[in-house]
Ligand binder design. Structure first.
Ligand code: C5P
Length: 219
């Protein structure tokens, strides 16, 4: 029984990644950053592979390593992490994620990230589609303006200047696309706990989630 799974879903830049890392560290669970997988998928598709070739390429050529900065992704031993984190890849991932072929191809790959040690899975449909039996489901939101500010800081830390107005528009567009697509739209699972992090620090979001996790997992 895979009852040691936490899902964290929500729109982009709502703080899912930070929460996932921190709560996984606290519980000693593994992590699945499914958005990163969608970005890898878009990267491989844009580099010329067909849908039918991508699962094997992810299995054979792509590796994920954790370091203190986060997850590092190698494709045939070349570090593609920076490219994956670009807005251009985010847009390509958002586009390709609405296709049935993409979602079907990634379903098993995502489920294979399960580890008996426990798993924290973050994304858009972790609690609704990929791990519907997860014991704890979080749906994390924040206003588009706050999320754009966070995204701006993240990009600035990587030396990229961004136009705030364009960023807010981009976030709203992607939200709309993720929420209204036919397949696996971004919606909270019925049994999820909603956290609005607009006025919360990452520490406050973590401490709230820790309380929920302690109750669910007897930690
Ligand atoms: O979370 P991140 O911004 O890295 O995700 C990139 C894109 O991948 C999202 O805009 C979304 O369209 C798609 N995605 C998805 N389902 C997931 C995770 C990400 O459709 N579980």
């Amino acid at each position: 029984m895979k009852d040691n799974i936490i899902t964290i879903d929500g729109p982009s830049a709502s703080g899912k990644g930070t929460l996932a890392r921190n709560i996984a560290d606290f519980l000693g669970f593994e992590i699945l950053d499914s958005g990163l997988l969608y970005r890898v998928y878009a990267f491989l598709f844009e580099s010329g592979l067909k849908h039918s070739q991508i699962p094997a390429s992810i299995k054979n050529d792509v590796s994920f390593k954790s370091d203190k900065e986060g997850i590092v992704v190698l494709n045939k031993n070349i570090d593609i992490t920076a490219k994956l984190r670009d807005e251009s890849t985010a847009i390509a991932a958002s586009k390709i994620s609405s296709l049935a072929e993409t979602r079907e191809n990634l379903l098993t790959i995502q489920r294979n990230f399960y580890s008996p040690a426990g798993l924290v899975a973050d994304g858009r449909d972790m609690g609704t589609v990929v791990f519907p039996d997860a014991k704890l489901k979080i749906f994390l939101i924040a206003s588009p303006e706050i999320r754009a500010k966070r995204r701006q800081l993240e990009l600035q830390n990587r030396g990229q200047e961004v136009n705030m107005h364009a960023l807010i528009e981009d976030i709203k567009q992607r939200d709309l696309k993720d929420q209204t697509r036919e397949l696996s739209p971004l919606v909270p699972a019925d049994d999820s706990v909603l956290i609005d992090s607009s006025d919360m620090s990452p520490e406050e979001v973590l401490s709230f989630t820790k309380k929920l996790a302690k109750k669910e997992f007897n930690k």
